[in-house]
Design a protein around this ligand. Sequence first.
Ligand code: SAH
Ligand code: SF4
Length: 341
Amino acid sequence: MTKETLSKFSKDELIGYITSLGEKKFRAEQIFSWIWSKNARSFDEMTDVKKEFRNFLNENCQILDCKIKTRQISQDGTIKYLIEFQDGLCAECVLMRFDNRSNLSMCISTQIGCKMGCKFCATGKNGYKRNLLAHEMLSQILLCQNDTNLKVTNVVFMGQGEPLDNFENVKKALFLINKNLQISIRRITLSTSGIIPKIYELSNNELIPTLAISLHSPNHKIREKIMPVEKKYNIDELKKSLIEFNKKTKDRITIEYILIGNLNDSKESALELIEYLKDIKCNINLIPYNSTSDSEFKKPDKKTIMKFKYLLEASGKKVTIRLERGADIDAACGQLAGKIR
Ligand code: SAH
Ligand code: SF4
């Protein structure tokens, strides 16, 4: 008999399940708090739950249905985990600490592999295996909290997979991260390569995270070369959807722009980007290209990156350069390939 996985449940669902076993509602609330607030790794730690019921839980239930397979720690403190799910498939997630901030950001995966096939990304190269379920997304956070005894404060949907290609599970995960882990929706960011109908849907969702768009080029021809999604959902349509999204939330959209040497790092590209973003309330996050194995692209030199940044800033937008985290352990953006098995 497979054990019931308790981390699948919202609070109300857990109350429903535990009371169906003949226990009181407060028992469910105790267990809920052990799992979601007190980092309990086992039922035996739940000392205020009576022994007989803990024995029952040990025999019939489990807290999580996945485990940490490997852990790599970068010199900068970033930790990359390979998580193994119940069916033996694996995905990666990354915990990022920033020295001068108390924030602890967790970058989670939403799929095993990815269908989108962006040319610069290691995840896309491995093909697609399956969607992750909502609780498998949350489990990545729980496992890492259990492992470090730290509380995650921010979540970014920027690991392996395209979140808007797994929207039903992602919507549920947004709800559970907010309710079970008590993380404000304003501290959650979702990054997408631009599946336009789902951007509209997201703008109508009850909980709307900060939206990050993997733009990488405002030029149809260039974008099409590096992102197959451009063929179906082109940048003109994308722009309309972002303007609509702006109307629904006060937060600025983050425009992600990988700077790739001799491809999209010229003055003309910067000017084209300024023009494209003119009517969009956004910040720009420049990501110097991170190399992946067998890659045909290269990172621009420092001078080119700074020049590109200044040009954009002259348009009045806030521009940041994404810190490269965990590159020595292949945990930086686009390097998450994950051994699938
Ligand atoms: N699939 C979603 C979210 C995961 S990718 C998306 O594409 O938005 C997270 C970010 O890393 C995206 O902005 C992606 O474009 C970027 N990325 C992918 N490969 C990269 C690479 N080699 N160097 C730098 N950033 C990369
Ligand atoms: Fe998928 Fe994002 Fe990688 Fe593109 S960049 S292949 S959408 S994970």
